[in-house]
Structure formats: C-alpha cells, structure tokens
Design a protein around this ligand. Structure first.
Ligand code: SF4
Ligand code: SF4
Length: 286
C-alpha cells in the first residue's frame, strides 16, 4: 500500500483539484480528505455517505445542581471564570481543565466529552472516501486528521487496496503534520509567485523535518515564467524533485462548475500534464 499526500503551504493553490485528478487516475485506492477545516474534496467527488460517526474531542465540566450545595468553591477557583453564580458552566468559557471536578466536596461536577465534529466513510464514483466535518470554531483538527488518515489506511489494508490518496491540510501547523506523518510522499503544490515559493518552502521544511520525502508541482506555471524558473532553481538547490508543471487552463474551472475532475472533463493538455505527474509518481515506487 502506497500513501501519497498532496499539500500546499496555503489554501487555493489547486491542491484539491490535483488530489481529485489522482483519484480519477489511480486504480484500487481509497481517498482521505484531511483538509478538515475547509473540506472540499467532496465537491468534486460527490460522496454518498455510508457511515457517519461523531468526533469527540476535549471535555466540558457539567454541574449536577441536584447534588451541588452551592458552597462556591468551584466558582471561586475556576481561573477561566466559566461558572455562573447559579452554578452553571459556560461551555464556551470552560477550558476542560477538570480542576473543579477534583475540588468539589460533593462530587457534583462531571467532565463530559464534547462532540466537535463528524467523520464519514462514503462511496464515490472513484471508490471509498473517508472525510470529516469539524464544528464551527472547533479546534483539535490534528486529532481529527489523524483519525481520517488512520481509517483510510485501515480500509486500504482490509480491502487490499494499492493506494491511499490524501488531500492534506494546508499550512504548516498541527493538521498538516498529522496529514503527512507516515506518508510515502508529500506532493507540494505551489503557484509561481514569491509568496507561493515562500509558503512551499515552509511546508517542505516541515516535511523534511518529519522525514517525509517531498516532491513539488508548479500549478499555473505559465502565468509567471520567471517565477516558475526561480522555483525550479529552488528545487535543484534544495534537493526537491520537480514532479511536473501544470499550465493555466480555463477548463479546470469549467470542470469544477460541472462537479468533475479535469481528467473527466477534457483530454486536453492539462489532463496530459497531470497524467505525466501521476505516472512519474508511480515510477517512484518501482
Ligand atoms: S464546588 Fe461543587 S458543591 Fe460547591 S458550588 Fe461547586 S459544584 Fe456546587
Ligand atoms: S473544567 Fe476547568 S475551566 Fe471548566 S469550569 Fe472547571 S475549573 Fe473551570
């Protein structure tokens, strides 16, 4: 089983479009959408949800007012001022430290798990996909990303699949670390701008730090040929393989509007360029 994660230093570089194209090209695969903060692979793969599970993360204090003697200790000592004068916990202010539950003389406080999102296993026209939705303003997406990745890997093992194709989280924080850990390759997608190079460099350093081999794709390379050359030079100076370049193509947007991958939409040059990148990735495993 081979695991490829497509990442980018920031959102909006074409990461999901490339992941969906690989989903269309790969045989015997499962997809994982690890961009749980702004999941959008489902827009192109139109999943039919088969399994739905709550995602629990963190705890909140809950006071049983039938037992509470209103001694005031918890309210006095909660440093987050999360307990009202009626001894009701404000779930937004509560940091889940559990201190109040230890000091309550009447054992009136219990810590209850928070449901902060959902994760799904779905059918798509390209095979199974594991994906998730984090609640608004909820944190701990790194834990949810790990869950999605692990579930996709389990499915691949159970069904004897060849590939786990992962749409990684953008940026360089905890979620991206969770999405690249243990992958065979991280494929960084960037655009030919100075900030694109800067963001790609940051995520490449993160991948190298966690010993995940990195390759790079320049998307819309022909919008700034000088900058594309600069990125190519960066690759050779930093021992990063350039897997390929994709030109700007209005068909990519037209395909998205129809809810298709560009591979399904056209046989044009972008499809050729993506196929070449995919074949090159395949050869890396031979
Ligand atoms: S410490 Fe326990 S008994 Fe005292 S006010 Fe808080 S919940 Fe009630
Ligand atoms: S768990 Fe911590 S933050 Fe939440 S109410 Fe108790 S003491 Fe305050």
């Amino acid at each position: 089983m081979k695991q490829i994660v497509v990442i980018s230093g920031k959102g909006g570089t074409g990461k999901t479009i490339l992941t969906a194209s690989f989903a269309a090209l790969a045989k015997n695969k499962v997809m994982a959408d690890c961009d749980v903060d702004a999941a959008d692979l489902h827009l192109l793969l139109a999943p039919d949800v088969k399994e739905r599970h709550p995602f629990k993360s963190g705890k909140t204090a809950v006071i049983n007012n039938d037992i509470c003697t209103a001694c005031g200790k918890c309210r006095e000592l909660c440093r987050f001022e999360a307990i009202s004068k009626d001894y009701i916990v404000d779930p937004i202010a509560c940091e889940g430290c559990a201190f109040c539950s230890y000091i309550c003389p009447g054992s009136a406080i219990k810590m209850e798990e928070n449901t902060t999102g959902e994760w799904f296993v779905s059918d798509t026209r390209f095979g199974l996909m594991v994906h998730a939705k984090l609640g608004i303003a909820e944190e701990n997406s790194g834990k949810l990303v790990s869950l999605v990745r692990n579930k996709a890997r389990e499915i691949a093992e159970e069904k004897g699949l060849d590939w786990v194709i992962i749409d990684g989280s953008p940026g360089i924080g905890c979620p991206v670390i969770a999405s690249i850990s243990g992958a065979d390759y991280a494929l960084v997608v960037t655009e030919p701008t100075m900030s694109g190079l800067h963001d790609a460099d940051r995520v490449i350093q993160v991948s190298k730090h966690f010993k995940v081999p990195v390759k790079l794709v320049i998307n819309k390379y022909d919008l700034n040929l000088d900058m594309s050359l600069q990125i190519e030079r960066y690759c050779s100076e930093n021992d990063v393989e350039l897997s390929g370049k994709i030109g700007f193509d209005k068909n990519v947007v037209k395909a998205m509007v129809e809810g298709k991958t560009v591979i399904e939409y056209t046989d044009g040059k972008t499809t050729d360029q993506i196929k070449k990148i995919w074949e090159k990735l395949n050869r890396a495993f031979v």
